[in-house]
Design a protein around this ligand. Structure first.
Ligand code: SF4
Ligand code: SF4
Length: 87
């Protein structure tokens, strides 16, 4: 595969994990983002800890869906998100 064939996903949203400690309890950015850019991933074996909300970590699952609207940055109560403009 040549380098031109590799899809490069530049993350438009930066997450400060010092400020986003328990996203499963908050979920404000997940609910506010219409394109569905964010995803929660388990830090441990999902089968064992499925019901433990503290093990879930917020990630930018689909960065190319971001339209840079900035809504997630506004709704985040802890200031954990910042938008890195692509253009
Ligand atoms: S800037 Fe808008 S589209 Fe991008 S992740 Fe935030 S809410 Fe979603
Ligand atoms: S809104 Fe902020 S604190 Fe809440 S889950 Fe999203 S990034 Fe974390």
């Amino acid at each position: 595969m040549t380098e031109e064939n590799v899809l490069v996903f530049e993350e438009p949203i930066q997450i400060d994990y010092e400020k986003c400690k328990e996203p499963m309890f908050c979920r404000k950015c997940l609910e506010a983002c219409i394109p569905g850019v964010f995803a929660l991933v388990p830090l441990e074996d999902r089968a064992k800890v499925r019901r433990e909300p503290r093990i879930w970590k917020l990630t930018v699952g689909w960065p190319n869906y971001c339209n840079e609207c900035g809504v997630c940055v506004k709704v985040c109560p802890t200031g954990a998100l910042s938008l890195k403009k692509k253009h």
